[in-house]
Structures are given as structure tokens and as C-alpha cells.
Design a protein around this ligand. Sequence first.
Ligand code: NAD
Ligand code: ZN
Length: 340
Amino acid sequence: MDFTLKHALGSYTVHSAYGGLQEIGKYFKLDRRVLIVTDAGVPSEYARTAAAACKEPHIVTVPMGEESKSIETMKMLCEKMLAYGFTRKDAVIGIGGGVVGDLACFAASAYMRGIDFYNVPTTVLAAVDSSVGGKCGVNLAGVKNIVGAFYQPKGVLFDARLLRTLPKRQIAAGLAEAIKMAATFDESLFSLFETEEITENLYEQVIFRAASLKARIVEADEREGGIRKSLNFGHTYGHAIEAAGGMAQLLHGECVALGMLPFCSDAVYERLFGVLKRFSLPTALPFEARLALPYLSHDKKWGERGVDAVFCEAIGSFEIRTLTKDALLATIEGAQKRYR
Ligand SMILES: NC(=O)c1ccc[n+]([C@@H]2O[C@H](COP(=O)([O-])OP(=O)(O)OC[C@H]3O[C@@H](n4cnc5c(N)ncnc54)[C@H](O)[C@@H]3O)[C@@H](O)[C@H]2O)c1
Ligand SMILES: [Zn+2]
């Protein structure tokens, strides 16, 4: 299964192939120097399998976790490329989740003003979200994604077989982003989440469909002027829950799941709640709803009139409402009983 994503400077293909990593040379041009970036939590055989298909592979394994999304690590990758004699004709592959993808893509975007980048997402979140759309970057001084670029890959390979080693909780958290896209754009995809038996095959299907949905949204709005804002469904409050989380240690996708619940109609809420339960995503806050409220103000998207929040009144659709802070607080507090 493939789909093509068009962007301002051209297009590229996202290949979804079960077991496709074994044949990576079929999808990407690898008869050159290739920097393969992965992290220590990703099974090392994935990078080694890719390396076997490259003419001159160099594997770099960074520590796992958000801390690796740093200027220092990005500098280290560029230094490696320089030391290995990388030219403009060479390439970078990221094999990992969103951390590896964002980091490796950013290094590729900057080295010699941009060399080819390929992405092999190995988490659900990376497959449905971070590997599509061309946003990359690193964190600085505790601020997430503050230094980065829009840089499109030359190709993406999603091999659902690689998810076999991913912890179930990570799978569910990534699916929350796919559920979000289905809720706001695609009722037939949403109903798969409601009815289909939960198997590896379902994962592959829904991930492919959600990624292509995101691609269509990004194509329509590459630099986030309009409908791309719909991707923020669940994120306004979700980010605050994430920031307030502290001891609770919720994953981003789990916070998105929780963040969607106040911003929908009763009918949507019932269906959404059912799907979240079905995929073992949280539906109850680990603290009182209002405890996350102070963190809302840290959201960088507050404009003069308030904040744009995405609502889902009917599955398959969305609307953006600009809310004052008071209206936003009322929405969240009013939805307290939805957390059960
Ligand atoms: N660029 C974008 O548009 C965009 C969009 C959303 C999120 N992001 C970024 O993505 C990052 C989060 O990505 P993530 O959720 O994939 O986290 P992650 O990259 O940290 O991966 C989660 C964990 O799973 C491990 N792992 C990855 N693949 C595995 C596999 N197949 N088997 C076993 N373990 C595996 C990793 O080592 C890591 O410990 C954040 O930094 C976020 O800012 C970017
Ligand atoms: Zn998200």
C-alpha cells in the first residue's frame, strides 16, 4: 500500500509494507553514504537490517528519550557526517519514533543546506503523525520543538512488523492520534475503531488510513494556516494535562485522548469514550480537572482574542471556536463528569 504526498517543492511516497524493512533498498536510493540514526530503545537489528542494504552505512545510536532532541545531538550528527565525508549526494535515514525522526530530519535539513532524508517510523505515533507533514526540530532550554524546519523526506517506509516490539501502551497512545483524525475527518475510519477485531492487521490498516488522512490535511495546508489546525483536536487541554502530569507520567497520546473529551457533543462523547476504553486509553484524569487549568496559559497559541479550540460536534467533522480564557475554563470544568 502506498500513497503520495505532494508539497510545495515536489512529492514523495509513503510505503506501507509488512516486512518491508527487509527490502528497504527497493524503496529508497541507498547506493551512497547513508547515516542511519536510531535510538537505544529501538531494537538494534532494525538499523542493522537497513545498513545491510546501503553501500556505505554509518549507524549512530542516540540515547532514547526526548533529551536526544537537542542541538548538541544534532551537532554530533552533523559532525559525524562531516567526518565520514558526506556530500550533498548522500542521505540520512531515521529509524525510530518521533524523537529520532525529528532529530535526524533536522540534521538532514541543515547539513550542506539539506541532503536527502528517509524516514522509517517504528512507533504508531511516528507513523501516523510525526513522519507526515515535514515538521522537524529539536528542543532548547526546555522549550519543545523551538528550533526546527519544514523539511520533507524523500520517502517514508512504514513496516507494521516493527511494531511487534513496541510496548502495548505506546501502541495505544499512538492510536489516540489516529482516533483524533478519524473523529474529526473520517467517520468510516472511526467505525473501524469501534467494531473491528483488534489485530496486527487492524493496526496496519488504521495507521495507513490515518497517515494518508494527515497527508491530505497537510497537502491542503502545508504551513498551518487553516484546516491543519484541526489536528489540534484534543491538544489544547491535552497539552495542559501533559504539563500538569508530573508524577502521573502520562504519554502524549494518552493526554490527547483525555483532552478530546470536553470538546465534543454528548453523542460524540459516548462514541469516543467507547473507543478509548476499547483501546485501553485513559478516560479518567489522574487529578482533578481544574488542577491542569493553570497550565493552559503556558500554551503558546493564545492570541489576542483567546485560543482556537477544535470541537467535534459530529463524528467526521470539526469546527474551530475562538474561546476566551473564561470560556475555555468553563468548557473544561463543565465536562468534569465526562471523566470516569
Ligand atoms: N514532527 C512532527 O510533526 C511531530 C508530530 C508529533 C510528535 N512529534 C514528536 O515526536 C516525539 C514523540 O514520538 P514517539 O511517541 O514516537 O516517542 P519516541 O520516539 O520517544 O519513542 C517512544 C519509545 O519507544 C521506543 N521505540 C521506538 N520504536 C520502537 C519499537 N519498534 N519497538 C520497541 N521500542 C521502540 C523508543 O526507543 C522510545 O523509548 C516527540 O518529541 C514529539 O515532539 C513530532
Ligand atoms: Zn499530538
